[in-house]
Structures are given as structure tokens and as C-alpha cells.
Design a protein around this ligand. Structure first.
Ligand SMILES: Nc1nc(=O)[nH]c2c1ncn2[C@H]1C[C@H](O)[C@@H](COP(=O)(O)OP(=O)(O)O)O1
Length: 215
């Protein structure tokens, strides 16, 4: 790297035009023409969902649902399902697309009920977050939900989706349990899930390894 020579022109990068290359019912491919920070006009191949609702910036929601029961460890409610684009089973947080006129919070509680049978209460919401910005404009909001597992309707929850398996994993062993599952089965874990698992391990277990805290 060198600091010599003419300073590069600095431009505010921006989109010039978006041209449709192909469209299906759920997904479309566009050629995006844009100006890069150096002022050069370039193109990019962009995938978009066709289903994004008006008045929302997020395509869907992901739900971090904590099942809280007396005399049980708190568990994260996970779903395992066959995902055609991956060609295999995946381990994910419950998730789904936001319907027209629906808030992210309402979508999260609806999807949680449909996919797992549990009735939850929203305790946190992320901003709109991107999922794979080098490929797609797809966005999600992650909704944190608590489930009172002692409530009657959450004792034997009935899910509405036949091909979605609900898996409960204890929060305090989340990463270890995922690792065990990955060793046992041919399954791919969603990156959001694994990052959350690593974050939990760092937050809860690493500080206790500091010498000062061991005394
Ligand atoms: N990319 C997709 N291709 C499809 O052929 N069908 C798709 C795509 N994305 C969504 N869907 C369909 C499948 C479901 O019937 C509905 C709703 O999905 P939803 O449950 O909201 O979301 P996921 O659980 O994340 O699939 O859309």
C-alpha cells in the first residue's frame, strides 16, 4: 500500500439503475448499476425477494425464543427442517416472512406459534439487519421472545407445520449441544444461531476462567 500519487476522487456511492434479469414467484434477479466510492460506474448481480411488504424494510423475522419452566433449565427453541436451496436439513431459529400490514413483533409471535406451537411474549427487537449483502437485499429483524412453559397452553404445544421438527437446547450448553448434533447428523446450522451460541459461551463461561474470578 502506498500513500504517494494523486489522491483518488471520492464519490458518495449510489445506485444508478436496477434492471430485471429474471423473476420467479418468490425471488428475482436484477442487474444493479451503481457508482463506486472511486466514481467508477459498475454492475452487480443482485437477488431480491418478491414478497417484501410495503411500509416495512424487513423481509422477515427470526425468533430467539427462550422456554422458561420451573425445575428445568432455560431452553432455546430451535427448528430443524429440510431446506431445498441447501439440499439438506438445517438447524435454525424459528423464522418467517412478514405479512402485509403486520409488525415484526406480531409476525414473530405468529411464526413461533405456527412452527413450534408455543405462545410467547416479545422482550426485545433488533433493528433491520442484512442477511447476505454481497448477494441479496434480504433483511430480517431478530425478535427475542420469552415463553412461560408453565402456562397450560405451553405444556403440550401443538405445532401447525408437519415437516418442522422442534428441538429444545439448554441455553447454558447451547454451543456444546449444537456441536453434538452436527457430529451426529448431516445438518447445517444457520450462522445466526452459531454466532449466538458462541456469544453465549463467551458471555457466560469465559469470564469465570479469569484468574481473579477463580479465587
Ligand atoms: N425462495 C422461496 N422459494 C419458494 O419456492 N418458496 C418460498 C421461498 N421463500 C418462501 N417461500 C414460501 C414457502 C412458504 O410456503 C411461504 C412462507 O414461508 P415462511 O414460513 O414465511 O418462511 P420460511 O419459514 O423462512 O420459509 O413462502
Amino acid at each position: 500500500m502506498s500513500n504517494s500519487g494523486e489522491p483518488k476522487a471520492v464519490t458518495t456511492p449510489h445506485i444508478v439503475k436496477e434492471e430485471l434479469i429474471a423473476a420467479g414467484k418468490w425471488v428475482k434477479l436484477e442487474k444493479t448499476t451503481y457508482v463506486d466510492p472511486a466514481g467508477n460506474t459498475r454492475t452487480w448481480e443482485t437477488a431480491k425477494r418478491t414478497t417484501r411488504q410495503t411500509n416495512t424494510q424487513a423481509d422477515g423475522v427470526g425468533i430467539i425464543a427462550l422456554l422458561k419452566r420451573t425445575l428445568h433449565k432455560d431452553c432455546v427453541v430451535m427448528v430443524k427442517q429440510f431446506r431445498p436451496p441447501m439440499g439438506c436439513y438445517t438447524l435454525e431459529f424459528p423464522a418467517g416472512l412478514i405479512d402485509e400490514g403486520e409488525s415484526a413483533e406480531a409476525a414473530a409471535l405468529r411464526e413461533l406459534k405456527e412452527e413450534t406451537g408455543y405462545k410467547g411474549e416479545v422482550v426485545g427487537v433488533t433493528p433491520v439487519t442484512c442477511l447476505d449483502p454481497g448477494l441479496s437485499n434480504c433483511t430480517t429483524q431478530i425478535i427475542m421472545v420469552n415463553i412461560n412453559g408453565d402456562e397450560m397452553e405451553n405444556i403440550n404445544p401443538t405445532q401447525q407445520l408437519e415437516f418442522v421438527e422442534v428441538i429444545l437446547l439448554p441455553l447454558d450448553e447451547f454451543q456444546t449441544k449444537i456441536d453434538q448434533l452436527l457430529k451426529k447428523e448431516k445438518i447445517v446450522v444457520d450462522s445466526k444461531v452459531y454466532i449466538f451460541a458462541m456469544g453465549m459461551a463467551q458471555a457466560f463461561f469465559k469470564p469465570r476462567e479469569l484468574p481473579i474470578l477463580k479465587q
